[in-house]
Design a protein around this ligand. Structure first.
Ligand code: CDP
Ligand code: MG
Length: 653
């Protein structure tokens, strides 16, 4: 597609538009654009800003134990540095591990590097993410999520298989990253003390705010990389926009009217609902524009869209794709509009970076300055650390409450995390000493949130392990339900046959069973608005969880048509997420006594169940419970009598 060689001029943003030119970042070393002709990957590698600094960089890193490395996004840090190290023979005795906060990034980066090295993915270059291991004994460049390296450290606290660990995207810090940094730092120190092959640590970031990393890794030197692949001009709104959707719309249509027709616009939104809503509005408005404006093609893009629909963004056409905030654009010359908002999950018992289904709360955060307002610290202190603590204990960290976190979580959140694990029966606490119970040890073997691993572990007592495996797998991937808003009525009509009056978990179970009955037939998926790709992931996740169960000699039985046991098992595992109907028809969460409501997406939305357990709380205008299961109040009592006695006392006092 031909492109205007000039960046958008400042005058494009008229007075009255929310955008104005505030800062023109120094473009650094400008490189010729690759254009759209097929370019071979070797030539592309040589065009990257990092290529010029290659020799110098290798020499510096060779001499250092730890280094912090800064360079603009797209300059080639992630794909090139591991290759440079490998090619220079640094760390050849072991594996060069590169950690990523996001699963998709780990996968696509490994694929890209394998392509550049002209090897089959899984051989020299591979990746491991939760529920997927594409590596072999030959793998020397290994991309992985933060969580996976942490998990490996459980069996190998000195990370002896690795000679280099690259902690990438360090600016996107999560609780996982923080713990990982601590574990890597300890491994590095102990390997020196024990005269083992040293572990090189490279921290990489796209932002300048790296003092903390440098300090933490024994004041390691900070290396800067100049330059970026494409010129970028940044425009900011003059004032904070309270109605950012409106502001985005105004800007979209202004650009659409003024920019050449070949220009694409990429708009980042916070999630599926917002993307669909904006796409609808854009389509409506574009129908009423004068013909001189040219046509507008609007293409939504988010993870739960079927793959074929996601690929539409790559088809050439004038368009306004809308994408979730987390998608990193590749350094292409497009006009990107971002509202600087994202959903940040704050969840009970897990890391921030788990996919949305695992997030317990959603909070909408206005990011004023992602580079330095301490966002991650505040998020972290609000985030429940239960699953992190469980992992640390499984790693053999002796004194979890005094672990060397890069930024310490508040004592209060640490206490809450430990208390939750106590209630779940995963840990014992005597004064300041916290230790794993036999149940906790088993729980740590599953790559799941503590409450889910507990539910799975107790499922044999209710003779329904097969069903619980299915339900937990369904909850561990992005939604298997595909809900195109334009076809709402059709969706409701076909879904009716799966709906269970016992709640969302049982409804999902029905859908899974129907899917299995037709052996995952693609037409069936399309007719029933089931996302077949995500269902495929469910099957994989389930198979892997089932393997772990088998290794633990768990008795895997099916409760067949009687689902009472399954619900009872969920009540026993998720009792901390329970709510009860009040005389006035509202609901109250039993743990916190806060008012909660049934989310409209739940099959129980129209019903008035007396007592439910739920998966997550969604904080918007109200506090909504998502994914509900009908339970008996007695089951909750039998699951945790002491806990509910205490809750009752708390309400009375
Ligand atoms: O890490 P950093 O943001 O500095 O850059 P990178 O991820 O190493 O990407 C360097 C270049 O590799 C990008 O500009 C893309 O041209 C290419 N790349 C790609 O084609 N596919 C990927 N999955 C990642 C990178
Ligand atoms: Mg990178």
């Amino acid at each position: 597609m031909p492109r205007d060689p000039d960046p958008p001029p400042a005058k494009r943003f008229k007075p009255g538009s929310p955008f104005s030119r505030l800062d023109k970042k120094k473009p650094g070393m400008l490189l010729p654009r690759a254009g759209h002709a097929p370019v071979n990957v070797d030539a592309q590698r040589k065009q990257l800003p990092i290529y010029q600094s290659r020799t110098q960089l290798i020499n510096q890193i060779r001499q250092l134990h730890s280094a912090v490395f800064i360079g603009e996004t797209g300059s080639g840090k992630t794909t090139q540095i591991p290759q440079y190290l490998y090619e220079a023979g640094i760390g050849r005795q072991g594996i060069i591990g590169i950690t990523q906060p996001r699963r998709v990034a780990a996968i696509s980066l490994a694929a890209r590097v394998a392509e550049e090295k002209k090897v089959q993915l899984g051989k020299l270059v591979g990746y491991t993410v939760r529920f997927e291991d594409v590596t072999s004994s030959e793998t020397k460049l290994k991309f992985m999520t933060d969580g996976m390296l942490l998990r490996e450290a459980i069996g190998d606290p000195l990370l002896l298989r690795y000679t280099v660990v690259i902690l990438d995207e360090a600016h996107e810090r999560t609780v996982h990253t923080d713990v990982l940094f601590g574990v890597v730092k300890a491994a590095q120190r102990k390997r020196i003390e024990q005269n083992k092959i040293p572990l090189k640590v490279v921290v990489m970031s796209a932002t300048m705010d790296v003092d903390l990393f440098s300090q933490y890794f024994n004041k390691s030197p900070v290396l800067y990389l100049e330059g970026r692949q494409h010129p970028i001009q940044i425009y900011y709104t003059k004032q904070p926009q309270s109605d950012y959707l409106q502001a985005a719309l105004v800007s979209i249509f202004q650009i659409h009217q003024e920019a050449p027709a070949s220009h694409d616009i990429l708009v980042f939104m916070t999630g599926q609902e917002e993307i669909e809503a904006l796409a609808r509005t854009c389509r409506d408005i574009s129908k009423h524009l004068p013909e001189s404006c040219g046509p507008m093609t609007v293409v939504p893009l988010y993870a739960s869209l079927p793959p074929a629909q996601q690929l539409r963004v790559f088809q050439p056409a004038p368009k306004v794709p809308a994408a979730p905030q987390t998608l990193t654009p590749h350094a292409e010359p497009v006009l990107a509009l971002t509202c600087c908002l994202c959903f940040t999950g704050v969840q009970e018992g897990g890391s921030l970076h788990k996919h949305r289904r695992n997030l317990h709360h959603y909070l909408r955060h206005q990011i004023r300055d992602r580079h330095g307002d301490g966002e991650s610290q505040t998020l972290q202190s609000r985030c429940n650390l239960a699953s992190v603590i469980l992992q640390l204990l499984a790693l053999g960290v002796p004194d979890v409450l005094n672990f060397d976190f890069m930024s310490k979580p508040s004592p209060e959140s640490l206490r809450t995390a430990v208390e939750q694990l106590c209630i779940l029966g995963a840990v014992d606490r005597k004064d300041d000493h916290v230790s794993l119970t036999p149940l906790g040890k088993k729980m740590a073997c599953f790559p799941l949130e503590p409450r889910f691993s507990k539910t799975l572990l107790i499922s044999p007592d209710f003779s329904c392990a097969e069903e619980v495996l299915t339900i937990i797998s369904l909850l561990s991937v992005d939604s298997v339900l595909y809900n195109p808003p334009a076809r709402r009525d059709d969706v409701l009509a076909v879904r009716r046959k799966f709906i269970s009056s016992e709640g969302d978990h049982m409804t999902l179970l029905n859908i899974y069973r129907a899917f299995k009955k037709v052996s995952g037939n693609k037409d069936w998926c399309r007719e029933n608005f089931v996302n077949s790709r995500n269902m495929g992931l469910v099957l994989e996740v389930r198979a892997q969880l089932r393997d772990i169960c088998i290794k633990m000699n768990m008795k895997l039985e099916s409760s067949l048509s009687d689902l009472t046991n399954v619900r009872r098992c969920l009540a026993h595992g998720l009792f901390m997420n329970a709510a009860e109907l009040q005389p006035d028809g509202s609901y109250v969460a039993l743990d916190t006594h806060q008012p909660v409501a049934i989310h409209p997406s739940s099959v129980l939305f129209q019903a008035k169940p007396a007592c439910v357990v739920f998966n997550e709380l969604l904080h918007t205008s109200r506090c909504y419970m998502r994914d509900l299961c009908l339970v008996d109040a007695e089951w909750l009592q039998e699951a945790a009598p002491e806990y509910f006695r205490r809750k009752l006392r708390a309400t009375k006092s």
